[in-house]
Design a protein around this ligand. Sequence first.
Ligand code: 2PG
Ligand code: MG
Length: 448
Amino acid sequence: MGVNKNNCKIKSIRARQVWDSRGRPTVEAEVLLNYNARGRAIAPAGASTGTGEAVDRRDGGEAFGGFGVKKALAAINEDIAPALKGLNAANQDAIDKALIELDGTADKSRLGGNAMIATSLAVAHAAAAAYKMALWQYLHEQENSGQAPFLPLPEIQIFGGGAHAGGRVDVQDYMVTATGAETYAQALEWTADVYRAASRLMAEEGRLHGVADEGGLWPDFDDNEQALDMLVRAIEAAGLKPGQDMAISLDIAASQFGSKGRYRLARDDRTLNSDELSGMLVDWVERYPIVAIEDPMAEGDKEGMVRFTWAVGKRVQVIGDDFLVTSVGRIRAAARDKACNAVLIKPNQVGTLSETKAALEAARKAGFGAIVSARSGETEDVSIVHLAVGWGVEQLKVGSITRAERTAKWNEGLRIADQLKEMGLEGEGQQPGGALPPRSRFPWGKGG
Ligand code: 2PG
Ligand code: MG
């Protein structure tokens, strides 16, 4: 890549407090290299988190409802900055190893997963800047896969529920995914049509309460299934064919309303055991154009996950989020047990870029699908889009198609699509607007 290693030496790192989409403080790290290449990244934050996630370090106490990040900022300024000074930012593995050793805990609780991921990503941005490349391109070159880069297929929220919308429905994310779209740009256009149609239908029926944490409509449904009917109607009202052009994808986030053996669906006023919840979801898969279900069971309900995957795993993606927490060990175990067939990849769940990449590689080795994902608390940071394109990940989940912290990511994908075209990197015969991954990479594209 022709850049003097010396140019990539870390000169300084500083942290600053910035604000996220829920009005909470969060951590931004800024890394400066010799000759002034610079990189910045901001840590996101979840609301429905898996217990196995890297610790999101917060100050507690009165200020900002306990969500202050002064200690995480101090960890960067006082511990991380001196430790990484002089290291080569282009050697991400060595940087992350240094971070992990400095932290010294299994759950990243000493420095804080938020301090660590902001630093780790900022280092990658700075190295890419030194090479005068966008982050996606820098990562793609390192992949050396010989594959033309493509844009990920978006999974986009239409209704928000669970912990993101005051529990008005129990299921957390009702999303659509444009399985029939030719390009990334078209996937976004179709989704915007569905969102608008859903918004109109909901308002007409007096079921609209505003927007939820990730920009999806905050709905008032009588039960969880009604939301599925509404989604199908909205897809049709947008002039699209449910199941062909546009399919449904759900994040049940079941840990939020139950644990092994007892799931309380407040909206439906019933309590189900693991078998019954699985049965309800299998029934939904039979009756609705659903192609993916995330965290169908609580994170500790491995038997439930195995049963559900056995029942529908050939046709739909069964995605582990809280269940896998971007952990290599958990992904391997899930593959061995056949407890799911896809993984959500969230860098802040694990705390460093190298460990995120390792999780992706473990997923690929297991034959799992992969979805790079934002968190419910987000900012203008668009790093995850670059990770998805640079690493050749098939899918991207960012929340809805409204609110700037969400559209910042979708829009960055549009810019990257244009850049691929400018650089002549789009594969032969591909449509402008960013090619999507081949359908054969998805369980629903394999015809059975
Ligand atoms: C999830 C995410 C995004 P949170 O559960 O997949 O929807 O939510 O960031 O709150 O964990
Ligand atoms: Mg989830």
